[in-house]
Structure formats: structure tokens, C-alpha cells
Design a protein around this ligand. Structure first.
Ligand SMILES: [Zn+2]
Length: 468
């Protein structure tokens, strides 16, 4: 099966140029001008897709999702089936989700449980990171085996005492282990011990609505924890990746480290670029916007854009972790500390970043491709199989219309959640055709893929993180 994508503008992290793309089976066979003539003469492609006036981009890669995550007595609503289908609609054809090690169990048991949830259910390709809840001799030894099996990245937390929290010694030991096995440590960096004290004080003072969540989780405590874990990584002589960076203070810590030449990397998320602390107001409505770190006040997003432009932030992922407003978020009525933490986002990332980033003039379209696809592929051991429009790469491609406008709404989105954080927001730019390993999975708003098409991705060690 050969498909010719004709007449578009190929946009990559390096540059843009008019070219056709010939897909043969699951991979890209050729990229160049007038491929119809080149492949003619009895070897006509089976199918042609007209991309004139459109971009042809490497499909989105979202390295931070939580399908079916157990949290706060409930589960994130999207399953691997609904969540990966929604991702496809939004032009994303790879996710990396977080398997969770339960306290007292092995890393492998956690990973196996997530394999069971995902296998045969995904519309797009998927990989796993492992959340380490215990750091001990047994789990440290297990890390080496998981790296060898293509699960090369491990997340630890300075937040959520009593749940996911690790102390500095545990974090340092896990980092040392990645120095031996080539893995990469990802950090949720907020000072959870101090935040819990402030949150208790906030509730005691009478603020129980979701705004308290935003007020209690000081940005300076994200900055403190970010600097601390970067310095731990420096001492362990390994790279480190900061997840969902939201605050200027945290960005400053990353900037300083990178200016010193340290391999510190960080992602931010659309919610930190396009939403703010104000969204946490309006009584209990604010629960729709409860995530950690919290949405920040208006002076933070302009700094994050600078970070994206200057490569102090390399990735935009979603931290997709949806809970229904009715029936799940309301577990936190009367105490913001009990609101399940997380927002939906996997479907809207590419369009929000195109509209609010490229169209708004913050970043170039090439930078948009870099932060949504190419850099995540490189940092997470998938490049050049993913994240590239190049001969031999997987045919994970989007024919993207940079002019089409649509209005985001819970009534039309495909994520399995009863609200949208961007309800009524009109965005410019939308995916016309989405291809995953050569199969068209979305075309003109119709899902044409299938459950089970998505394959588990065995990832390489993140060499890129060690060289950059
Ligand atoms: Zn997360």
C-alpha cells in the first residue's frame, strides 16, 4: 500500500519547504518535489492525498498522559481506548503514559498492570514511563531491566507526601542508577511538605474552595524544588527532565543550570500558557482547573513563552488527566485538597499551540513542530523513528490546515470528560488528515482508525539528553 501526499509544505523542526511525501506501508519512502512523476511509469501510488495549501508535519507526540490513573479515590476518566482516539483527532499519534509502581510491589508489577490496560486498546502508538513509589535495592536493580526492555524513563516526586513523595536521598539514588543504565529521571518538582502545611493553614483560615489550591501551592516552592532536583542531578552527574513546569521561579532554575552547561530539560503544558489563577475562582467551578502545579498568575505565561523561544523549555506536553466535573471533581466540595488533580488536554494541544503560539506570533511553525514532536522524540529515545519527516521514519504524519478555524467545546470534543477548560475558545489551525504508521486514522473529522492499531513502543536510552 503506497500513499502519496501531494503538494503540501513540509514543516520540520529544521525548516519548511514544498515537497511531496510518499508513504510505503508503515514508513516514509521518499520526500521530494514532483514525486508523482518520479514514482509514475507503472508504479502509481494506491492513494493520493491532496495537501495543497496545507502543512505536512510529523504528528504530535505527547510524552505526559495519565489514562485511567487512580487518583484520590477515583480514576482518570479516559481509558487507553478513548484517550488515544481523542489524541488522534487532535493530530497526536504517540503518547507516553505513566505506569505506577504501588508501594511495596515491584516496578514490573506496575508496568505489567499498565500493559494490560493499554494492550489491544490503543488507536495510536504508546510507550510507558514508570512512576517509582519506592526506591530501594530491589527497585533500583529493576530499573536496569526496564531500560533494557524499552521503558527508559522514571518519574519521581518531591510533591504528594505519603503518596508519591520521595526524599532527596531516594531521588539521588535513582539518579545515580540512571548514570549506570542510561535512563532518564523525570521530576515533579514542588515542595510538597511545605505546600501541605500551607494548604492546611489555608483550609483552617476558611478558604475551602478550589482557589485555595492555587493560593497554597506557592510558585517559589516550585522554584525551590526545581533547583534542588537539578542540583541533585548535577551531583549524580546525570541529566534531569522537569515535568509540567509552570512558574517563572522554576524556569529561572532551569535557565541558570542550562547557562552553566548542565543537561537540565523541562516541559510546560498548554494550561500554563493559556489559563491562569483566575480560572480557579468562581466558587466550586474552579475545580475544573485544579491540577498540580496549579495555574499561575498572569505574570508567569510570558516568561514561559520566552523559555520556549530560547530553548530553556524544550517540550510542550499535556499532563492529560481528565476527571468529570460532575461525579469526580466534586469529591473536593468543601475541601480543595480532595479535588482530583488533573485536566483534559490531549486532543487540543496541537491546535492550541498553533493558534496561541504560531498564529499569535510567539513561536515559528518550525518551533511548534519541535516542541510538540521532534524534541520529545529525541529526549525520549524515539528519534528518528518518530518526530521526523524523513525517509525510513514511521509515517506518522498530519496534513494540517493552518487556516481552518474551530471552536473548542465539551459538546464536540472526543475526550471522555464532561467539560473543557477552553470552552468557547476559537482556534486557528486543525488537522485534516492524521496518519499513524501509514494508516489514515482521522480524515476530515471522522475517525477511520481502529482500536488495537497502536503498538507498544520500546524506546532507546535518551542519548540525546546526555549530549545536548
Ligand atoms: Zn502528570
Amino acid at each position: 500500500m503506497r500513499t502519496l501526499i501531494q503538494g503540501g509544505t513540509v514543516v520540520t523542526a529544521e525548516g519548511s519547504y514544498p515537497a511531496d511525501v510518499l508513504v510505503d506501508g508503515e514508513t516514509i519512502a521518499s520526500v521530494g518535489r514532483n514525486l508523482a512523476a518520479a514514482v509514475g511509469g507503472g508504479s502509481v501510488p494506491d492513494k493520493t492525498i491532496d495537501a495543497s495549501g496545507k502543512y505536512v508535519i510529523p504528528a504530535g507526540i505527547d510524552v505526559h498522559t495519565h489514562m485511567e490513573l487512580p487518583f484520590g479515590g477515583t480514576f482518570a476518566k479516559d481509558t487507553f481506548e478513548t484517550g488515544t482516539r481523542a489524541a488522534a483527532w487532535g493530530g497526536t499519534t504517540t503518547i507516553i503514559d505513566f505506569a505506577v509502581q504501588s508501594r511495596g510491589k515491584s516496578l514490573r508489577e506496575g508496568l505489567d498492570a499498565w500493559h494490560v490496560k493499554a494492550e489491544g486498546n490503543c488507536a495510536i502508538d504508546y510507550g510507558f514511563h514508570v512512576i517509582m513509589s519506592d526506591v530501594n535495592d530491589a527497585t533500583l536493580a529493576e530499573m536496569d531491566d526496564l531500560v533494557a526492555d524499552g521503558v527508559t524513563t522514571f518519574k519521581l516526586f518531591t510533591a504528594y507526601p505519603g503518596v508519591f513523595f520521595s526524599d532527596d536521598g531516594a531521588i539521588f539514588r535513582a539518579m545515580q542508577q540512571t548514570g549506570k543504565n542510561g535512563g532518564l529521571i523525570m521530576m515533579h518538582a514542588e515542595n510538597g511538605l511545605a505546600i501541605d502545611v500551607i494548604a492546611a493553614d489555608t483550609v483552617a483560615a476558611g478558604t475551602t474552595d478550589p482557589i485555595g489550591h492555587g493560593l497554597a501551592r506557592y510558585s517559589v516552592l516550585e522554584g525551590e524544588a526545581t533547583n534542588r532536583v537539578i542540583r541533585l542531578a548535577q551531583a549524580a552527574k546525570v541529566p534531569v527532565y522537569i515535568v509540567h513546569l509552570s512558574a517563572r521561579e522554576a524556569l529561572n532554575a532551569v535557565r541558570m543550570a542550562r547557562d552553566e552547561g548542565l543537561p537540565a530539560f523541562a516541559e510546560t503544558c498548554p494550561q500554563y500558557l493559556f489559563l491562569s489563577l483566575d480560572d480557579l475562582g468562581h466558587g466550586f467551578e474552579g475545580a475544573k482547573f485544579v491540577c498540580s502545579p496549579p495555574l499561575r498568575s498572569a505574570e508567569h505565561p510570558p516568561e514561559l513563552w520566552k523559555g520556549l523561544v530560547k530553548d530553556d523549555l524544550q517540550v510542550v506536553s499535556t499532563d492529560h488527566c481528565p476527571f468529570d466535573f460532575h461525579g469526580q471533581k466534586d469529591l473536593g466540595k468543601g475541601d480543595f485538597r480532595k479535588v482530583p488533580n488533573g485536566l483534559p488536554g490531549v486532543e487540543d494541544r496541537m491546535d492550541l499551540l498553533h493558534d496561541g503560539g504560531v498564529v499569535a506570533g510567539h513561536i515559528t511553525k518550525e518551533r511548534w513542530v519541535a516542541v510538540t514532536s521532534t524534541a520529545p522524540a529525541k529526549l525520549f529515545g524515539m528519534y528518528p523513528r518518530k518526530g521526523a519527516v524523513a525517509v525510513g521514519s514511521d509515517a506518522d504524519l498530519v496534513v494540517y490546515d493552518p487556516t481552518r478555524r474551530r471552536t473548542i467545546s465539551a459538546s464536540t470534543h472526543h475526550m471522555d470528560v464532561d467539560y473543557s477548560c477552553y470552552e468557547g475558545r476559537t482556534v486557528q489551525g486543525a488537522s485534516d488528515v492524521v496518519m499513524s504508521r501509514g494508516s489514515v486514522v482521522v480524515r476530515d473529522g471522522e475517525f477511520t482508525g481502529r482500536r488495537g492499531h497502536g503498538q507498544f513502543l520500546r524506546r532507546a536510552v535518551a542519548d540525546y539528553a546526555r549530549m545536548a
